[in-house]
Write a protein that binds this ligand. Sequence first.
Ligand code: MGD
Ligand code: MGD
Ligand code: SF4
Ligand code: MO
Length: 750
Amino acid sequence: MKLAATANLDQWWWGTMHGEATRTAFRTCPLCEAVCGLELTVAGDRIVAARGDREHVLSAGFVCPKGATFGQLVHDPDRLRRPLVRGADGRHREVGWDEAFAAAAAGLAQVQARHGADAVAVYLGNPNVHTMAGPLYGGPLVKALASRNVYSASTVDQMPKHVSCGYLYGNPDAIPVPDIDRTDLLVLIGANPLESNGSLCTAPDFPGRLAAVQARGGRVVVVDPRRTRTAAVADEHVFVRPGGDALLLFALVHTLFDEDLVALGRLEGHVRDVERVAGLAKDFPPEAVAAACGVPAGDIRRLARDLAAAPSAAVYGRIGTCAVEFGTLTSWLVDVVNVLTGNLDRPGGVMFPLAPHARKATEPGGKGFRVGRWTSRVRGLPEVKGELPVATLADEITTPGDGQVRALVTVAGNPVLSTPNSGQLDAALGGLEFMVSVDPYLNETTRHADVILPPTDPARVGHYDFAFLTLVVRNTAAYSPPVLPKDPGGMDEADILARLAGIDHERLLLQLLQRAVDDPGSPVHGRDVAELRALVGGDGPAERLLDVRLRLSSYGEGFGADESGLTLRKLLDHPHGVDLGPLQPRVPEVLRTPSGQVELCPAPIAEDVDRLRVALDRPSDGLVLVGRRHLRSNNSWMHNVPGLMKGRDRCTLQVHPHDAAALRLADGGRATVASRVGTLTVAVEITDTVMPGVVSLPHGWGHGAPGTRAAVAAATPGVNSNILTDDHAIDPLSGNSVLNGIPVTVSPAT
Ligand SMILES: Nc1nc2c(c(=O)[nH]1)N[C@H]1C(S)=C(S)[C@@H](COP(=O)(O)OP(=O)(O)OC[C@H]3O[C@@H](n4cnc5c(=O)[nH]c(N)nc54)[C@H](O)[C@@H]3O)O[C@H]1N2
Ligand SMILES: Nc1nc2c(c(=O)[nH]1)N[C@H]1C(S)=C(S)[C@@H](COP(=O)(O)OP(=O)(O)OC[C@H]3O[C@@H](n4cnc5c(=O)[nH]c(N)nc54)[C@H](O)[C@@H]3O)O[C@H]1N2
Ligand code: SF4
Ligand SMILES: [Mo]
């Protein structure tokens, strides 16, 4: 077999060069939402090669440059392996774990005792969804801190989608994904999976899957203010003015009603308030939105007809539909179009995955979704899903008064580079009384921490994707055991978070079992907790929680109820994953709305349409800034991997040739970019892949700050685009930051 041959060659090569025996290990890649299977070559305590696992049930050998350099990331000499505390001189020094935890506990307790629980804020960053510890221990940590000041990367990312799904389906986590392997027409709006490898849509090998759509006679359409790599392989690319998608989508909805193309299909009888949506769409005919969104009316009508006529179609939106001015409206309209064309919950449309650890309900209906149970102190912004918008974290730290934030805990986050008006946040963190970071790097954010608790590297812990197996295009289960032996002086993230929160692993496990025993819908209802506990498998605390979740799921073994069902043991026996089949229709069972139906026209969303009407007549002549992702970056934190930093400078300001001429900018020259909140200087790249009037700068750069420890990143620091993004530009329904469509002025740097 070819696979074995290449692996053996690699092992042979390493063995010959180093006189060392090697072995092969398999592990899910934790670096993006595609969750590819990796085949790792291990020599002693080192990963010496990584490639795609060709037998993996979901990724079938696909790998990207980040997965391929997994070993370099794991063995990065700048990675922290022991805790650090900051001395009076401001410098960090290594200490033992007991000393670090004692300092963390004392610092937090002191602030809470003096100023109350809300004086300690917590920020949870993106990699929390890429570990087992994050989903299992993040919640308990937040609960233990008992503060209303909870922030996360969700409000610079997908919160609008949670809010729109919360209202539509009654559950903010019921997010339908495009059934990409069966669709006839895929419309990608504000998504660039050829660089990002997909998001809120777990589909390893996006390039191959898109090519397969086309190979079976289907079409791919991309809507983006940039002609991205994804747009380049699509059948059609539509340039849209940043922030204009809500108008474009409303015009699609208008056309569907106007031309009598609405057909709910199998959703008939499960959707309410369709007529109210028709009423709202009246104000948005294609001819009225064309100027503001930059898409000709004829193109909009044609796209609406294509969506209605396709045997199946899926509209999918990502960052360009969320981190924008009308984020929730846009995210809602994506699903409205899918519903009105009969494509929600049908094969080839958009569908609800069923994760291996999830349990289906028997009946539709529930309490529904609401926001604003409390509001932020300074700006009065509503709570959403238990958290506040990270765009107001700096306000809460710097504004004196009762309830002022004086201490911060960050877990897997770098908000100094990733959140808007980050110059302000950087300064605010410097003024905190106390800060703890759970993070393996001394970076732009953690340099402000008094205590840094670094989790052991990902090769030494087990892995299961609680988040992404909920968003997968084909139901799949996979668990990876640790690849390398434990570092005797290191600490697993589950242990760090548990100790920080004062949680006992065993108690958490017994609580989970107790809840199951008490639940009339559970397969173990009425059984004895101690008896079940004796049956739980798994080498670590996270693994034991996983085993319980798997066994109690809809696929589960049910603690003896179904011998063939899922257990952790079964996943251990299947290192390439277990295929659970194509996505299945789930309406109405998946609906948690009070009506038990899809509530297509939620009042809070309908009210926000007034704001959109105003945008119809707004002049759109100034320059606006949008972001951009690159295949070899991962937000802010992988620029220290040498293998990913080869090639030319990626942190450039892309400018259209017409704009460059008007602004007297030269390719390779430098430009000064200014927004309401900040100014920076950056290299110019002139390209017609951005539309006129739009400039683009990637985020996650701006390294090399004093006190950080990342030598490779510091050598190619780039600039921080979030110096320019505006903390006061917020989608009001979700609290999500507007990171695209930022008004800027650009001039040649002197
Ligand atoms: N290589 C790599 N992969 C990643 C990441 C990374 O940093 N690097 N980050 C991961 C994370 S955290 C996430 S959330 C995902 C994001 O996944 P994606 O959303 O697929 O990634 P982006 O490249 O940000 O794509 C957003 C696109 O929206 C476009 N856009 C900007 N404004 C607008 C607008 O107003 N309307 C429209 N229609 N389009 C607009 C941008 O030009 C861009 O092409 O990627 C993940 N994967
Ligand atoms: N302008 C602009 N800004 C953006 C975006 C954009 O498109 N444009 N995208 C936004 C999006 S989608 C996101 S998700 C955010 C990301 O925002 P953040 O999550 O705040 O930032 P990251 O750069 O992902 O930083 C991850 C941190 O986690 C640490 N880390 C890595 N692995 C682990 C681990 O296993 N455990 C722990 N404890 N720590 C770990 C890293 O060292 C780093 O400090 O950025 C947002 N910011
Ligand atoms: S696509 Fe994502 S999951 Fe797959 S190898 Fe690359 S970084 Fe890892
Ligand atoms: Mo993200």
